[in-house]
Write a protein that binds this ligand. Structure first.
Ligand code: FNR
Length: 190
């Protein structure tokens, strides 16, 4: 069977370094884990009235269906002012509602943060984990991934070029797949 992993990127920037990390992971040879990017840029800021009045935006419905269909979730995020970019926090909030229909519930997850700075988005990484605890995503604790000075890992073609960064991403991906597989309940289905 194939396991579907959704990647949520915490940056909307066209040339986002975090998105380049995500694209690198998507481009790796397929194992039984298939990675795809989930769009979060079209989700209006969460307003509970949409759900209370039974008129959620089409993008909410699309997003919730996409999350429901995933076997696992990988967050790859920038750090804004030592915390989670609002666009990613908003996506987590949208996916957690309406009340009683938390799309994240019980799925395995992992977090990668990266920054042009030296600290590698540590603040965003850990603030994000606080929300993931509450929505009951089963987030891998080790290895952690704080990728600093990310700009220097990118080649002139706009892709990840640094061998060290590639090696790290490979080992992280392998650990994540082992972690995730423990919790995926549809094992053995085709
Ligand atoms: C930043 N940046 C940043 N970097 C960091 O290491 N810690 C921080 O707290 C912040 N804060 C911050 C706030 C805002 C509003 C912006 C726009 C940027 C810099 C950030 O690391 C840099 O812009 C990255 O390039 C963002 O990631 P993407 O967009 O390349 O994925």
């Amino acid at each position: 069977s194939i396991y579907n992993v959704g990647i949520l990127v915490g940056s909307l920037r066209k040339n986002s370094f975090n998105k380049k990390i995500a694209e690198y992971i998507v481009d790796q040879e397929e194992s039984k884990f298939r990675y795809s990017l989930i769009d979060i840029g079209d989700l209006p800021l969460y307003n509970q009235d949409f759900d209370d009045e039974g008129t959620p935006p089409a993008s909410y419905t699309r997003f919730r269906q996409e999350i429901n269909a995933l076997d696992a979730v990988l967050f790859i995020t920038a750090e804004y002012n030592r915390s989670v970019p609002a666009v990613l926090k908003n996506a987590i909030d949208v996916g957690s509602r309406p009340y009683g229909k938390n799309s994240w519930d019980g799925k395995p997850a992992a977090v990668i943060s990266s920054s042009i700075g030296a600290l590698g988005g540590f603040g965003a990484n850990h603030h994000l984990r606080q929300s993931l605890v509450f929505v009951n995503l089963l987030t891998m604790q080790q290895p952690e991934a704080y990728i600093g000075d990310i700009e220097s890992s990118i080649g002139s073609d706009g892709k990840i070029e640094s061998g060290e960064t590639k090696d790290f991403l490979h080992s992280f991906k392998q650990a994540f797949e082992q972690w995730a597989e423990q919790f995926i309940t549809n094992k053995g289905q085709d």
